[in-house]
Design a protein around this ligand. Structure first.
Ligand code: NG6
Ligand code: CA
Length: 511
């Protein structure tokens, strides 16, 4: 019996067992493979700007497809009604209003996120993810005093948790108008160094103020400094001529980089923070989209953004990654129509309502300032549908920590709540409350059906953009369920609810 099996048969058995073992572990590894996470963070896109949220004049078929395959939130918030603080809060899990100098950053601001603060990409790195950021940064770069653009521009994203970055340093309406890949400006000729100033004019480049005849798109307010690519910007720059971007190519440049990052990291879990420039000003979409919406450049930029989303979904399909990738689509703040350039956005708006049924817009304490589009797709775990649960972008950090099994230290992400079950559509209730911040730092709090806006002596209107800011010296209380447009301040009639929300907001502030 002992010699029943020949040596070669034993060998074959071992081989079969080995192959089985290998297959066994591969499929187990696949099952355990953490999902990729892609966060498409758009700029100034309003709740009502996409057709899955009710837009009819402009059509967004790719974004609608994403919504149809995933979960579409009706009450998800950015933390702030402007860009820098929303991004700060989302990446750090800490409300920006707790920290000085987190308002709209000039293009030469130093890195705003402290290097010793743990961030969302830090946490995902610890969980084994490759992390990348492509697109708009607007969180400052370099040491105190701002960066020297002609050497290594750091600290920046690579010091706060990203493995790779390809950036527009601030916004497209702010200098320097160049791309930055990791530490270096792309295509910078050392013989033509860049200088940037937000105080006095430097160099001899023409400005919008002095040479308006050179502009291909005029400014309506602000934005009258250095002219780059026929558009005057905020701030002055000189040099770096070969490195300057062409606005019309920007969506292509960013989308290609984002797809390249996905391609290069397809074999391991990755996190891609893809922050589009669209649909912020100046709106200069590629000729493929220019004139196509019938609504002027703002509508055309929405079409371009929709194309971008389609490209990301196509890349995931091509690489067979769609199933195990969490794809989120949202916006940093609410919509604005005229944000400083004469681009026919107001004239061609027609019946389109960028804010949906909400009041206000970008900069505002009213709902449209922060209640933004929010879509999430994860085919292997999320059932398609609509979620009316309360959700805030500040919760992505703790939710993804829970998803990836990462423990947070007490000082990490202090305002981020684990809302993974809400994000996945498994919990119906959502966050107990959310806090929002307006341009002038007026805070609001939403809990259940109610919203409280604290008293503020700030202006009632942003006259330039024609936006109601929601500031009022009196406390404001709205029943959002019955009055999403915040028309009836019912503070006086509901003193008990008012008091509760005031107390709750005070306790959040005191944390
Ligand atoms: C404002 C700019 C506006 C936009 C905004 C920041 C003027 C008059 N207005 O100060 O055009 O750049 O800042 O937008 O300069 S955000 O989406 O990045 O927060
Ligand atoms: Ca913005």
């Amino acid at each position: 019996m002992k010699h029943f099996y020949s040596v070669s048969a034993l060998h074959a058995l071992r081989l079969v067992a080995g192959v089985l073992f290998l297959f066994g572990t591969t499929s187990a590894a696949q099952a355990q493979q953490k999902p990729n996470i892609i966060l498409i963070y758009t700029d100034d896109l309003g709740y009502g700007d996409i057709s899955c949220n009710g837009a009819t004049q402009v059509k967004t078929p790719n974004i609608d497809k994403l919504a149809a395959q995933g979960l579409r939130f009706t009450q998800a918030y950015a933390t702030s009604a402007t860009c820098t603080p929303s991004r700060f809060s989302m990446l750090t899990g800490k409300y920006a209003w707790r920290k000085q100098d987190t308002g709209i950053a000039p293009g030469d601001a130093a890195l705003i996120i402290p290097q010793d603060m743990r961030t969302l990409p830090d946490m995902l790195q610890s969980a084994g993810y490759k992390t990348g950021v492509v697109g708009k940064w607007h969180l400052g770069l370099g040491p105190k005093g701002g960066p020297d653009w002609n050497t290594d521009v750091k600290p920046g994203p690579l010091e706060i948790g990203f493995n790779y970055s390809f950036l527009m340093p601030a916004t497209a309406d702010r200098v320097p108008c160049v791309y930055l890949e990791n530490y270096r400006i792309v295509d910078l000729d050392p013989a033509d160094p860049i200088q940037v100033s937000y105080k006095d004019k430097i160099g001899n480049d023409p400005t919008g103020k002095e040479n308006p005849e050179l502009l291909k798109m005029k400014y309506s307010h602000g934005h009258d400094n250095t002219i780059v690519n026929g558009v005057s910007r905020i701030g002055y720059m000189t040099g770096g001529n070969k490195a300057r971007w062409i606005d019309e190519d920007m969506a292509d440049v960013f989308t290609n980089r984002a797809v390249k990052f996905i391609d290069q990291n397809q074999k391991q879990p990755f996190f891609l923070y893809f922050a589009t420039h669209d649909i912020h000003v100046p709106r200069l979409p590629h000729s493929r989209f220019a004139g196509k919406s019938g609504m002027g450049p703002r509508g055309d930029a929405i079409l371009q953004l929709d194309w971008t989303v389609g490209e990301i979904m196509n890349a995931l399909d091509r690489l067979n990654l769609a199933k195990n990738t969490i794809l989120i689509f949202t916006s940093d703040n609410g919509p604005v129509v005229d944000d400083g350039y004469v681009d026919q956005a107001v004239e061609k708006l027609g019946k389109h309502t960028p804010s949906g049924p909400m009041r206000g817009g970008k900069y505002s304490a009213f709902e449209a300032g922060t209640r933004v589009p929010f879509l999430v797709r994860w085919p292997s775990k999320i059932s398609p549908g609509v979620s009316n649960s309360l959700f805030s972008q500040v919760d992505l950090y703790a939710s993804f920590a829970s998803l990836t099994g990462q423990k947070l230290a007490t000082q990490d992400a202090p305002d981020s709540h684990n809302q993974l079950q809400t994000l996945l559509g498994k919990a119906k209730i959502g966050r107990e409350y959310v806090v929002q911040q307006s341009l002038n730092n007026t805070l609001s709090i939403v809990r259940g059906d109610w919203k409280y806006i604290e008293p503020s002596s700030g202006p009632t209107m942003n006259k330039n953009t024609n936006t109601e800011l929601g500031n009022n010296p009196q406390p404001q209380l709205y029943h959002l369920k019955k009055d999403v447009a915040e028309k009836q301040n019912v503070a006086q009639a509901n003193p008990a609810t008012l008091k509760e929300l005031q107390t709750l907001l005070a306790s959040v502030k005191a944390k």
